[in-house]
Write a protein that binds this ligand. Structure first.
Ligand SMILES: Cc1cc2nc3c(=O)[nH]c(=O)nc-3n(C[C@H](O)[C@H](O)[C@H](O)COP(=O)(O)OP(=O)(O)OC[C@H]3O[C@@H](n4cnc5c(N)ncnc54)[C@H](O)[C@@H]3O)c2cc1C
Length: 483
């Protein structure tokens, strides 16, 4: 009799059976058995018993002692959240999108952290920062590691603080703010808000990253034309300085500082003095936007939220880039007085749109034609209720071949403003053509490829005969569903 393989013992299925499943089914089987990969390798094993390099074990033991210094019973799972396993530490030598290879990560830098800690509270973060400072251990902060610039990857080993467990999303609908923890990812934030009929006022075109990571990388994203940068949407930020002091920065310059066991709010003109008297250079909320973890750990931010909007969207075609730019200047200078500020004004070159259209024409995305409403109505708990195209808004639609010199995409978070724009667009410089179906699709696919199930379908081995995937070519793109 042959012995069960490791895979069979762990997930209950042999490799042969698993490979017959789709990737989603495989993920379901594995997730059903392994609830938390970080606990899987070392659950219940003391740090001293683990298979890890001596330096890693020694640092892990020292951090564990610092975290349990008070003598209170350690919270359940604390030891497991100090990760020493080789495989898991090596995963932290890259971000989600870029791996620079062993020459860079092993020879030129030491990109594998000596240990990873997943704090579950502000206090644990604070203790870990103070511990690292005391023992001279380099620290790297890691949100969702989606920035693709290597900021979440160490240069010289040390401690990586993986903030993914700080994933709270608290909504104050009356105050029009949400308090978002450092580990909360944008997909979850959009879903949580959408369930309450709310949406972020601005956000990046990234569902896998964190909102706090977007703020500290100086983000500018969707709705920036109307709502500004990430910084402009932040009302307050809770921050731990490198020594572990917990501060709150308000958008009007006030600063909450620790005092004895309480907190005191300083007026804006006293904030700089507090930093100087505590051995730090003065810091403001604006300094944190773009600080990329170098100035402190942002625990949470309070951000502006608003009712989940219906979006009115327009794709305009021009003879040349110069004419599209004239129209963009007109929108900014004159038209906003008449119909309100658009959420986004984007210039697309002719070659950009040619590539977008080539992707749309691709086999793998043809299924979108059968199911456009999934994206254009926000059914998938996205930050809009539906996307309304130019025809429904009353704009004159071009039926001719489009100019194709350059394009402007313009959208509004207010349908009355969008209707006013639809009426006024005939007077825009550059005599733009208004393209109906592509207006809706460009707006709907702002998170693509991450949001589209069809882009995944293209990569998965299909069990269906190929012919069933190919559909008759429609004469035009489907329009958004009307409610
Ligand atoms: C598909 C895609 C689309 C994107 N679209 C946009 C866009 O439209 N606009 C835009 O501006 N950006 C965009 N980005 C960039 C990305 O959205 C943001 O940089 C992202 O939200 C970062 O979050 P993160 O948790 O992944 O950060 P990470 O990659 O984990 O970290 C980024 C940096 O911030 C530091 N850091 C992380 N968390 C904290 C914290 N809590 N406190 C202090 N420092 C911290 C890290 O040390 C690192 O230096 C996009 C990225 C992708 C992959």
């Amino acid at each position: 009799m042959t012995k069960d393989s490791f895979l069979e013992r762990t997930v209950g299925q042999p490799l042969g059976e698993l490979t017959q499943l789709t990737s989603e089914q495989r993920a379901g089987v594995v997730r059903g058995k392994i609830h938390d990969l970080h606990f899987f390798f070392d659950e219940g094993r003391s740090i001293a018993e683990r298979a890890a390099p001596p330096k890693t074990r020694q640092l892990a033991q020292s951090l564990f002692e610092a975290l349990t210094f008070t003598g209170h019973e350690p919270p359940a799972g604390l030891a497991e959240r100090i990760i020493t396993d080789d495989l898991l530490r090596r995963e932290a030598d890259r971000d989600q999108n870029v791996y620079l290879g062993p020459l860079f990560t092993r020879r030129l830098t030491r990109a594998v952290p000596d240990l990873v800690f997943q704090p579950a509270s502000a206090n644990e973060c604070s203790v870990a920062l103070a511990w690292a400072r005391r023992f001279g251990v380099p620290i790297t902060l890691r949100g969702a590691a989606s920035t693709a610039m290597g900021g979440a990857v160490p240069n010289d080993g040390g401690l990586t603080l993986d903030l993914s467990r700080l994933e709270t999303v608290e909504i104050d609908a009356a105050g029009r703010v949400a308090v978002i923890g450092a580990g909360a990812r944008l997909r979850t934030i959009h879903q949580t808000l959408a369930q309450r009929g709310l949406a972020l006022s601005a956000y990046p075109s990234n569902l896998g990253g964190t909102l706090v990571g977007w703020f500290v990388t100086g983000g500018i994203g969707l709705n920036a034309f109307a709502r500004g940068r990430a910084l402009d949407t932040v009302r307050a930020a809770d921050v731990l300085l490198p020594g572990g002091e917990h501060l709150r920065f308000h958008d009007d310059g006030r600063l909450d500082v620790p005092e004895d066991r309480h907190r005191r709010t300083l007026p804006a003109d006293e904030a700089a003095r507090w930093f100087e008297s505590n051995g730090y250079a003065p810091l403001t909320l604006a300094d944190l936007a773009g600080s990329e973890g170098a100035l402190g750990l942002v625990l949470q931010v309070s951000v502006k939220i608003e009712p989940r909007p219906a979006i009115g969207a327009f794709l305009l075609s021009f003879e040349s880039e110069a004419r599209a730019l004239e129209a963009a200047a007109w929108i900014e200078r004159d038209a906003t007085r008449g119909f309100g500020t658009p959420a986004n004004v984007k210039l697309f070159s002719a070659s950009h749109l040619r590539h977008v259209r080539a992707v749309w024409a691709d086999e793998a995305t043809k299924a979108w034609r059968a199911q456009p409403s999934a994206m254009s109505t926000g059914e998938r708990m996205l930050p809009w209720t539906r996307i309304v195209g130019p025809a429904e808004l009353g704009a004159p639609i071009s039926r001719e071949q489009d100019h194709g010199g350059a394009y402007l995409f313009v959208d509004f978070l207010d349908l009355d403003a969008a209707r006013a724009f639809a009426r006024g667009v005939v007077a825009a410089p550059g005599a733009p053509q208004v393209l109906e179906d592509e207006s809706v699709r460009i707006a709907a696919e702002r998170f693509k490829p991450q949001q589209s199930p069809h882009s995944c379908r293209g990569r998965r081995r299909s069990r269906r005969p190929r012919a069933t995937l190919s559909m008759p070519k429609p004469t035009s793109w489907p329009t958004a569903r009307r409610s």
